[in-house]
Design a protein around this ligand. Structure first.
Ligand code: B1M
Length: 179
């Protein structure tokens, strides 16, 4: 209720006002920080909602050059809540760091988030390096974030894409065949 009917519509209004020039980056930043703090407050509750059985491991991060992490944190939180073991690499994660994490931690799924049209291409770079390093068939890759479409996901060779955080959790379950 709080996330879907409160926070997300509120931040959408903030985004629209920013686009219309009614507010500026500092106001948008305050709203972003507030949203993160509220999500932190509910972290435990959201995490406790899910089954505690570990469904699989997911490494998640926002791609290089991109500092947006509210949506990514929401995805991570819901995945944890559903019983996935999640390692969050944070924001502006380089291709090298994603690839190293896949090599060393051997997750079931690599989840990349991007909020900027200019940083979406980093997802393709990471998938390309996973291929050249012989790691692509060892991990499923999902991508998401506002500018990411299913067509883009397919074009760059990802295994899936979802529009929102609950959808990302559903996708991860489907990919690992938990239904
Ligand atoms: Co930025 N920003 N921002 N911003 N910001 C957007 C994204 C923008 C659309 C605003 C606008 O112009 N209307 C625009 C991007 C335009 C574009 O690329 N086409 C933009 C811009 C331009 C910028 C800067 C370049 C501004 C500047 O400096 N001139 C700059 C870039 C900094 C950088 O990253 N290098 C910038 C900075 C910032 C703040 C730091 C001020 C702040 C971020 C704070 C933070 O994240 N810690 C911020 C914010 C808050 C926004 C808006 C207002 C809100 C984003 C958000 O958190 N939404 C945003 C406008 C908007 O979206 N209305 C905007 C709430 C969040 C829950 O939704 O992140 O979409 P979202 O996540 C969703 C889905 O996308 C999905 O699940 C979530 C919901 O369930 N999802 C996934 C996300 N990741 C997923 C991964 C998955 C699956 C689903 O699988 C792996």
């Amino acid at each position: 209720e709080v996330v879907s009917r409160g926070l997300i519509p509120a931040i959408t209004i903030v985004g629209d006002k920013f686009q219309n020039g009614q507010i500026y980056i500092p106001e948008m930043m305050m709203a972003g920080r507030m949203l993160s703090m509220i999500l932190d407050h509910f972290k435990q509750d959201l995490a406790e909602k899910g089954e505690m059985k570990k469904l699989g491991t997911v490494i998640i991060g926002t791609v290089r050059g991109d500092l947006h992490d509210i949506g990514k944190n929401l995805v991570a939180m819901i995945l944890k809540g559903q019983g996935f073991q999640v390692e969050d690499l944070g924001v502006s994660v380089s291709t090298d760091n994603f690839v190293q994490a896949v090599r060393n931690k051997k997750p079931d799924i690599l989840a990349m988030s991007a909020l900027l049209t200019t940083t979406m291409t980093e997802m393709k770079n990471t998938i390309d390096v996973l291929k050249s390093e012989g790691l692509r068939d060892k991990v499923k890759v999902i991508v998401g974030g506002a500018p990411v479409t299913p067509a883009f996901a397919e074009q760059i060779g990802a295994d899936g894409n979802s529009y929102d955080a609950p959808g990302a959790a559903k996708l991860c379950r489907e990919i690992l065949q938990y239904g």
